[in-house]
Design a protein around this ligand. Structure first.
Ligand SMILES: Nc1ncnc2c1ncn2[C@@H]1O[C@H](COP(=O)(O)OP(=O)(O)OP(=O)(O)O)[C@@H](O)[C@H]1O
Ligand SMILES: [Mg+2]
Length: 371
């Protein structure tokens, strides 16, 4: 390997099993280089006027050939850096997106946290609300969530505002997280006797809304009072669907619940987005599920499909999302693309932009600074 390629890609010392199999498949197609698909190193942004190591390295690679794993890695790294320099459009009004699927382990939390970081990395102010007593989103954000921490529980019970409990997240300026603690596990029962119990979160969000471009709500794997609060509070629903057996099972129940909420509690709730997660290109089943989901949901399905990728699952162990843990990994790149498409779908029309209070005027200054 020429010297000028070594900073870009590390040799494949620790392939996750997913990726090892992908490499094996490539070998069988006559591409023998055993190079990690995950270990593209993240470079700091270059100083102004300096094209940076990626450009020069990629140019060096391009002199050889584009059709090698190393060249593909280089191109991907350059692409990531270019995307990172973009500022994405602010929506005309705060987008409140409830990430829901009552099926467990389909990628709700992973999707919510990675989209939140990606949007915040591109000049948008984002509030991520962890509404799951498991507190997985809080973990990935590196935010404390031990019992007794001021959290979304206090907000639902009316003793704190979202502003009081939202914590700035280190991963990105303009990103805040409202943690969930185990206290939330009893909220279903405690809220049961309260007035307007389904509207608690919506009311809290209405006080915070002007400060954020995006509010993402990570739901627990159930259709109880917590998820109901999120459905009443949300303007949109994003459904992550795992490309696996039984992926579509239970979806009817979720959609029925959405319909009920629409008729009785939140008429404008829109199932706007579906994201295919944990896609494994080695299985025909994954393609079948993806096709079926696209047939059913059509244009609601985000074009970028999130692959099963070991870096994605490692990141929370470091109190991070894959966007910062390994920005060049396939998982991070796919989430970045998904977030970009989500933001583009929220781009205001020229008419909306001209309207007073439109686009950039709807939230306070001081958040969402560009990296
Ligand atoms: N693209 C991916 N590649 C590999 N692992 C993934 C990916 N997405 C999610 N995971 C892992 O799968 C597990 C379930 O993901 P996640 O916690 O996001 O699902 P969830 O729907 O929020 O689960 P729950 O219903 O328990 O809240 C986690 O261990 C996560 O790290
Ligand atoms: Mg979760």
């Amino acid at each position: 390997m020429p010297d000028n390629e070594t900073p870009l890609v590390a040799a494949d010392a620790d392939l996750g099993s997913d990726d090892a199999d992908v490499v094996a498949a490539e070998e069988s197609m006559g591409q023998p280089d055993r190079v990690s698909r995950e270990t593209v190193m993240s470079f700091p942004p270059p100083p102004p006027g300096n094209s940076g190591p990626l450009d020069s390295a990629a140019a060096a690679v391009s002199r050889e050939t584009f059709d090698t794993p190393i060249a593909r890695e280089a191109m991907r790294a350059v692409q990531v850096r270019n995307v990172r320099n973009e500022v994405w459009p602010k929506p005309v009004a705060t987008r409140i997106i409830t990430v829901a699927n009552q099926k467990g382990g389909v990628g709700k939390t992973t999707t919510a946290v990675n989209l939140a970081v990606a949007l915040a990395h591109h000049g948008l102010s984002v509030l991520l609300i962890d509404l799951d007593p498991q507190g997985n989103a809080s973990t990935a954000m590196g935010v404390a969530h031990h019992a007794g921490t001021p959290s979304v529980y206090d907000v639902l019970l009316g003793s704190s505002s979202l502003q009081d409990v939202a914590i700035p997240v280190e991963a990105a300026p303009g990103l805040r997280c409202v943690p969930a603690t185990i206290d939330l596990a009893g909220a279903d029962i405690e809220l049961a006797s309260q007035v307007a119990r389904e509207h608690r979160l919506r009311k809290a969000i209405s006080g915070y809304e002007p400060q954020a471009d995006y509010i993402l709500i990570d739901c627990p794997p159930a259709l109880g009072l917590l998820t109901l609060n999120a459905l009443v509070a949300g303007k949109e629903i994003l459904i992550p669907i795992q490309c696996e057996y039984y992926a579509l099972e239970g979806l009817a129940q979720l959609l029925n619940t959405v319909e009920l909420v629409r008729t009785q509690l939140n008429a404008t709730l829109d199932v706007s987005t579906v994201l295919l997660t944990m896609y494994d290109s080695r299985t025909r089943l994954a393609d079948q599920v993806a096709d079926e989901v696209r047939q059913h949901f059509g244009a609601k399905v985000i074009r970028s499909v999130i692959p099963r990728n070991v870096r994605v699952s490692e990141a929370p162990g470091y109190g991070q999302t894959v966007m910062t843990y390994d920005a060049g990994s396939r998982g991070a790149v796919s989430y970045l693309e998904a977030a970009r498409e989500l933001a583009e779908r929220g781009r205001p029309s020229p008419a909306e932009q001209d309207r007073p209070g439109g686009s950039s005027e709807h939230h306070n200054e001081g958040q969402g600074t560009q990296e």
